[in-house]
Design a protein around this ligand. Structure first.
Ligand SMILES: [Zn+2]
Length: 450
C-alpha cells in the first residue's frame, strides 16, 4: 500500500518568535561576551587544575599552569581532551567536586563499550535550564504552549534537557518520553499539543504513525512548532518534516559531556545555531593536524565549558564537524556567534574503495526527490575482495514500473556525481526499512567487519 506521507519539501511560513528568554544575556555586546568568556575561562581552568587529577596531570605534563591562561587566545596552550580519556575515568574520575554535591548523572547511549557520563551540581542544573530555556524560546516556545517532550526521560539527556528549559518558560509540559507512538499522537490530539521535541528519526516515526491512524498531522493536530536534534540531518529532511506537519522546524544542539540539548539552537532566520558563548567556548580544528581553521572553514568542534562545576571539560574533541560563522551579528538581535548546522561527525565518514563518503551527502541527493520517503539505508559489503555500496530508499507514492526504473537510474547517476563512486540503488515499498521506536536511526550498515 502506498501513501504519500511526506510531501515534497516546502518549508512552512516562518513564525517570528518575539520573545527572549533572557534578553540581557542573549543580546550582550561583543566586548561583554568576550570579557565574560575570558573571566569564566580563567575560573574553569583553575577549577579543573585544582580539583581534578586528570586535568592537573595533563597540564603539568604540558608545562602549563592556570595563570598562563588569561584570555581565549591562550587556550591553545592547553592539551586537548578526548572521549577515550573521559571514558577511562568512568565512573567518578571526571568529577571536580565532592560526590555529595552531585544532584544528577546522565550517560550517552554507549552502544559500544563504556558510556560517557555527564554530572550536574545544583548550579549545573540551573545553567542547563537556562540554556535550554533560551533555546526553546528561540524556537517559539511560550508559556501558552502545550509542549510534548518525546525524547526519553532516563540516562539520555534528551527528556530532562527539554524539561528543565520548558519548566522555566512555564509551558504546559506533556512528558511522554519515547515510544508508544500511537498514544503519543492521541495525547497530541487530546491535549492540543502545539509544540513537540524529538530525536530527528522519531518525528519521522510519529509522522508515519499519525497517518497509519488516519490522522493528518498538518490538519488534525495543533502542532505548529518543533525542535529536533541528536542526529545528523539535512535541510531536505527539515523541509519534509515542516511540510508534513505544517510546522516551523528548529534545530537544537548539545551532548552529554557539555550538558545535553541547549548548547546551541537556530533562530527563526534558520541560518546556523547560536552558541551560548557565556557558557561554552568553541574552537574549530583540522581533525588530522589539530591546528585551528579559520571562520567559515569546516573542521572538528572542540568545546570548553565555562560554568560547569561538576565535571568541566577543557578543549574536548567532540568529533562533530561544522564551522564557525564569520558574522558576529544576527537580525534576530542575538549576539552569540553562530555555528553552521552539524552535517556529520568525524566517525560518520565511511571509506568505500578508498573514497570518503558522508551519509549526509547521500541524504541530500535522495531527499531532493519527492517520490522518495525520508527513510534510507546505506549498505556496504565486500565481494571478491572489492568494496560494494548500495543505497536503499523507500518510495513515497505508487509509481509505474518504468517510472521507478527511470528514477533508479537517475539516482545512481546523481550519487555517482556526488560521491565519486558507483552505488547500486534499490527502491523499495514504504515501511520496508526498519524503524526505531527508541534511540537513533541506523542509516549505515557496514557488513565488511561482520
Ligand atoms: Zn539569530
Amino acid at each position: 500500500m502506498f501513501r504519500n506521507v511526506f510531501s515534497e519539501g516546502v518549508a512552512a511560513a516562518h513564525v517570528r518568535p518575539s520573545q527572549f528568554f533572557n534578553k540581557p544575556a542573549e543580546t550582550m555586546d561583543r566586548k561583554e561576551i568576550e570579557q565574560t568568556r575570558d573571566k569564566l575561562l580563567r575560573w574553569t581552568v583553575n577549577h579543573a587544575y585544582s580539583n581534578n587529577a586528570l586535568y592537573r596531570k595533563k597540564m603539568d605534563a604540558a608545562g602549563v599552569k592556570p595563570d598562563d591562561i588569561k584570555t581565549a587566545s591562550d587556550i591553545h596552550k592547553l592539551p586537548f581532551t578526548t572521549k577515550d580519556e573521559l571514558r577511562s575515568l568512568y565512573p567518578f574520575g571526571i568529577l571536580a567536586v565532592p560526590r555529595n554535591q552531585i544532584l544528577e548523572v546522565h550517560a550517552t547511549s554507549g552502544t559500544t563499550g563504556v558510556p560517557t557520563l555527564g554530572f550536574y551540581t545544583k548550579n549545573d542544573i540551573e545553567v542547563w535550564g537556562e540554556v535550554s530555556g533560551r533555546s526553546l524560546v528561540m524556537s517559539g516556545l511560550t508559556k501558552d504552549d502545550v509542549f510534548q517532550i518525546t525524547p526519553s526521560f532516563g540516562m539520555f539527556t534528551g527528556g530532562f534537557g527539554f524539561y528543565y528549559g520548558a519548566r522555566r518558560v512555564g509551558a504546559m509540559i506533556v512528558p511522554t518520553g519515547a515510544g508508544f507512538s500511537k498514544r503519543q499522537i492521541q495525547y497530541m490530539i487530546d491535549f492540543g499539543t502545539t509544540m513537540v521535541s524529538a530525536v530527528v528519526s522519531y518525528i519521522l516515526r510519529l509522522t508515519e504513525t499519525a497517518f497509519e491512524m488516519g490522522v493528518d498531522p498538518a490538519k488534525d493536530t495543533k502542532v505548529r512548532k518543533g525542535v529536533f536534534g541528536s542526529e545528523m540531518w539535512t535541510e531536505e529532511m527539515k523541509k519534509r518534516i515542516a511540510s508534513a506537519w505544517d510546522m516551523d522546524v528548529y534545530d537544537i544542539y548539545g551532548f552529554t559531556e557539555l550538558c545535553g540539548p541547549g548548547v546551541a539552537n537556530d533562530c527563526y532566520l534558520h541560518d546556523g545555531l547560536h552558541l551560548w558563548e557565556d557558557h561554552f567556548f568553541v574552537e574549530v580544528i583540522d581533525p588530522k593536524t589539530g591546528e585551528p581553521v579559520g571562520p567559515e572553514e569546516k573542521g572538528e568542534l572542540v568545546f570548553t565549558t565555562l560554568t560547569k562545576e561538576a565535571a568541566p571539560v577543557i578543549r574536548y574533541r567532540c568529533r562533530d564537524i561544522s564551522f564557525l560563522m564569520d558574522s558576529h551579528s544576527c537580525d534576530c538581535g542575538r549576539t552569540h556567534r553562530k555555528l553552521g548546522y552539524i552535517r556529520g561527525r568525524v566517525d560518520d565518514m565511511i571509506k568505500v574503495a578508498g573514497v570518503a563518503i558522508w551519509p549526509s551527502a547521500v541524504e541530500a541527493v535522495l531527499l531532493k526527490h519527492g517520490q522518495l520517503g525520508p527513510e534510507y539505508q546505506i549498505v556496504i559489503w565486500r565481494e571478491k575482495g572489492l568494496d560494494k555500496l548500495k543505497v536503499v530508499a523507500e518510495l513515497a507514492r505508487e509509481m509505474k514500473r518504468d517510472e521507478v526504473e527511470n528514477l533508479r537510474a537517475r539516482l545512481q547517476e546523481e550519487l555517482h556525481e556526488t560521491l565519486f563512486i558507483g552505488a547500486e540503488v534499490e527502491l523499495v515499498e514504504p515501511m520496508t526499512l526498519p524503524r526505531q521506536e527508541i534511540g537513533k536511526a541506523r542509516r549505515v550498515v557496514d557488513k565488511r567487519a561482520e
